[in-house]
Design a protein around this ligand. Structure first.
Ligand code: NDP
Length: 242
């Protein structure tokens, strides 16, 4: 295939969908994933001839292996990996159940290890690759009720810095985009009081939009960003200044 091939996990909605659409508009062939066939069909429909929706559950290693084998067979090697899929299981630590802790690590952190490792070899051969991991502002700020999520998102930053150093001399960059509060299903779950409390902290005086994140990802995925690696790009309207 002539076009660069991008894999975006969790592309059925929210930030992942905006990223998939943006990369497709930048002349990449985009594979977007959902956890269900129905979601995958929806992705195929919005990507049209610029990509395809496929099924992936990032918590299941065999699901990852199956997806990667299908992509290799049908389209070729992945040039751009965007690890976007993520969930929240909020609770104060005093009340947190083991499941809430481990679900977050297994969905938000471990798949980044698994998927990054799986795409590296062909990227090394090509001497080109882009790995972009979606973190969160709270991975740097902390947030009460999200110790599990913040630990995973802070882990994403440490992982990305280390891998960036391991593969920089092979033309592969590894970066994090850390969204602030973005209007998606994930933040719809917040109460009005919670939303107002957050808004009062954001100098830009609005929640972000999914496309704000997609624009940052598109830059890091581009040829132009070849000297940017190991960094965390905060996209948060000034909420947190690193
Ligand atoms: P949404 O809840 O809107 O979408 C989540 C996406 O992840 C869906 O496509 C969902 O697929 C997919 N997903 C969930 N669980 C799994 C799984 N086990 N395997 C594979 N895919 C899965 O989330 P957002 O768009 O808001 O968030 C996207 C990323 O951005 C996440 O990493 C999140 O932590 C991060 N983020 C979001 C912020 C926000 O304010 N919204 C702020 C900071 C970071 P399906 O539709 O099939 O369930």
């Amino acid at each position: 295939m002539e076009k660069k091939i991008a894999l975006v996990t969790g592309a059925s909605r929210g930030i992942g969908r905006a990223i998939a659409e943006k990369l497709a508009s930048q002349d990449m062939f985009v594979i977007g994933t959902a956890t269900t066939e129905q979601g995958a069909e929806k992705i195929s429909a919005y990507l049209g001839e610029n990509g395809k929706g496929m099924v992936l559950n990032v918590t299941e290693p065999e699901s990852i292996d199956t997806l990667l084998a299908q992509i290799k067979e049908q389209f070729g090697d992945i040039d751009v990996l965007v690890n976007n899929a993520g969930i929240t299981r909020d609770n104060l630590l005093m009340r947190m159940k083991d499941d809430e802790w481990f679900d977050i690590l297994q969905t938000n952190l471990t798949p980044i290890y698994r998927l990054s490792k799986a795409v590296l070899r062909p990227m090394m051969k090509k001497r080109f690759g882009r790995i972009i991991n979606i973190g969160s502002v709270v991975g740097s700020m902390g947030n009460p009720g999200q110790s599990n999520y913040c630990a995973a998102k802070a882990g994403v930053i440490g992982f990305s810095k280390s891998l960036a150093k391991e593969v920089a001399n092979r033309g592969i960059t590894v970066n994090v985009v850390a969204p602030g509060f973005i209007a998606t299903d994930m933040t719809d779950a917040l109460t009005e009081d919670q939303k107002n409390a957050i808004l009062s902290q954001i100098p830009a005086a609005r929640l972000g939009e999914a496309k704000d994140i997609a624009n940052a990802v598109a830059f890091l995925a581009s040829e132009d960003a070849g000297y940017v690696t190991g960094t965390t790009m905060h996209v948060n309207g000034g909420l947190y200044l690193a």
